[in-house]
Design a protein around this ligand. Structure first.
Ligand code: AHR
Length: 541
């Protein structure tokens, strides 16, 4: 591959239509919107796990690292740029071991507790990764959300706390100033006004770390935990612990048990949480969780395409679970909330050695992430929220940080590019491009050549496109059915090396480049570079 965004074009990257050598075509259908893209599809997830909270988000008020009352300032500044709509906390598996009452009140009186992940941590990792000092709790989380303009999404403990602790957490967060003892406790910490938390997860992965329930057992718990929760005039949206991957039986078993008490019970569920990690790069050799994983940085072309294939599974999971949900919820009042997604590699690429589940995202993960966000955009009626796992120092991180070092990963750049879709009307878009053909362990394999999504707000059209081919640009004619183009810009994220990634030493190696388009109402021809994520921001005439 060449070094730059436009190097691969046989014609200039964009040009007025003339007889061209375009091998691909994208057609956006203006007249048939699919629905509004929920901004919350662009959500995030921060678990109290290794370096995510302590070191990633929370550096402490007395730190030499620039901070806003203990919260890493550079992170806040970066997150403001991406219009982060919602942030899930404190887990993940951690959530079902967490007592929110440990994390409120005077910081010097808060207890230290064994972190859910302590046993997985290496002996050399910092003490606060093993033993939660509870310096970052509900108040600090809400303050962080306010700083970055996000709605909070709190995940409650169903495995090891009673339902009473759940509704009291709601009371602590949402009861009006002066109304309850917990509101007074909140006020004495400096937060007289209620936090107004709308999104509440009722457990996490309740089929596993969240209690090892059967789907039916969990449904009974869900009904009990949500049977009486005080509102205080605040709409509450409960998110049920849902399936992982192709866990159709969980979706079916849960909803079957929920409606056993009558179809009205569905109204207590805002969303069903789906988790999907792309981890098995073994090309069918094993299903072993450790053996199947690949390396974040050392990979070949086959590994690249294998990750794309794994990522592409997301669409069939959305369609498949939606279909099963429809068996019980004919009106589809319950939406999908994909509150954990991303690639998961074996240990070894940590920017901070010793950080558990930390990996270094490369250009490959940026392409994967663009593809996944496009998939969500194409299903606005089904996906109400999604949360990339995780925000910082963990799995598909948007940011890496350690002490005073910080960088935005290629995944972070994709979120910045795609923010323009938030709240837009999703438009059907037809992609025709030669497929990627390659040899997969002696057998011919193919993968789609171009895919993406489009959305419209007033006269502003946003078209995002992924070219997964590692070495071929796609010369593409972009047509708008039902409208014409006036002006626009193109932003592309790519690099000559598919392994390229940002680091503390080289923070901007992979960063998007924006150019103005000048096509004066005629058909747009754009060359999508190999291994790239692109955004065309177009103004209609
Ligand atoms: O994101 C890491 C872990 O993956 C979460 O804690 C858990 O929910 C999932 O299995």
């Amino acid at each position: 591959m060449g070094a730059g965004c436009f190097l691969f074009s046989r014609t200039p990257p964009f040009a007025a239509a003339s007889p061209t050598a375009a091998d691909s075509r994208i057609e956006v259908l203006l007249g048939e919107p699919l629905g509004t893209i929920s901004p919350n599809i662009y959500g995030h997830f921060a678990e109290n796990l290794s370096g995510v909270i302590y070191d990633g988000i929370w550096v402490g008020e007395n730190s030499k690292v620039p901070n806003l009352n203990g919260i890493r300032k550079e992170l806040v500044e970066e997150m403001r740029k991406i219009k982060a709509p919602v942030l899930r906390y404190p887990g993940g598996c951690f959530a079902d071991s967490y007592d929110w009452r440990d994390g409120i009140g005077p910081a010097d009186k808060r207890p230290r507790r064994t972190n859910f992940w302590a046993q997985e941590e290496s002996a050399s990792s910092p003490a606060n990764h093993h033993y939660d000092p509870n310096q970052f709790g509900t108040n600090e989380f809400i303050r962080f959300c306010k700083l970055i303009g996000s709605q909070p999404y709190l995940a409650a403990n169903v495995r090891s706390l009673p339902a009473e602790a759940f509704y009291q957490w709601v009371e602590y967060c949402n009861s009006p100033a002066g109304s309850t003892t917990l509101a007074d406790t909140r006020a004495s910490a400096g937060y007289a006004d209620p936090f107004g938390v709308r999104f509440w997860g009722v457990g996490n992965e309740s089929w596993g770390c969240g209690g090892n329930f059967t789907a039916q057992e969990y449904a009974v718990e869900f009904r009990r935990y949500t049977a009486w929760v005080p509102r205080y005039g605040q709409e509450l949206s409960f998110i049920a612990s849902g399936p992982s991957d192709e866990g159709w039986d969980w979706t079916r078993g849960f909803l079957e048990e929920i409606v056993r008490k009558g179809p009205r019970e569905l109204h207590s569920i805002y969303g069903l949480a789906l988790h999907y990690y792309a981890w098995n790069l073994s090309r069918g050799r094993t299903k072993d969780w450790n053996e199947g994983k690949g390396d974040a940085l050392k990979f070949d072309l086959l590994d690249w395409y294998e990750l794309m294939r794994q990522g592409d599974v997301m669409e069939s999971l959305i369609n498949g679970h939606w279909q099963v949900m429809g068996e019980f919820d004919k009106d589809h009042s319950v939406k999908l909330v994909v509150d954990e997604w991303g690639p998961w590699y074996r240990p070894g690429s940590e920017a901070t050695p010793g950080d558990l589940l930390e990996q270094t995202p490369t250009l490959r993960d940026a392409v994967f992430s663009g593809m996944t966000l496009d998939t969500f955009n194409r299903h606005p009626e089904k996906v109400a929220m999604a949360n990339c796992a995780q925000l910082i120092n963990c799995l598909n991180s948007l940011y890496l940080a350690h002490e005073d070092k910080f960088c935005v990963t290629p995944v972070g750049h994709v979120f910045a590019m795609y923010a323009a879709h938030q709240g837009g009307q999703a438009l059907p878009t037809i992609f025709s491009a030669p497929s990627v053909n390659y040899d997969r362990d002696g057998k011919p394999a193919s993968f789609w050549g171009l895919k993406g999504s489009a959305s419209l707000r007033d006269k502003e059209l946003v078209l995002t496109v992924v070219n997964p081919h590692v070495s071929e640009a796609r010369e593409t004619e972009v047509g708008i059915r039902g409208g014409s183009l006036k002006s626009g810009t193109a932003t592309t994220l790519t690099h000559s090396d598919i392994h390229a990634h940002n680091s503390f030493a080289d923070r901007d190696l992979v960063s998007p480049k924006t150019r103005a388009l000048d096509f004066k109402g005629r058909t747009l021809i754009y060359s999508f570079p190999p291994a790239s994520v692109s955004k065309l921001a177009l103004t209609l005439g």
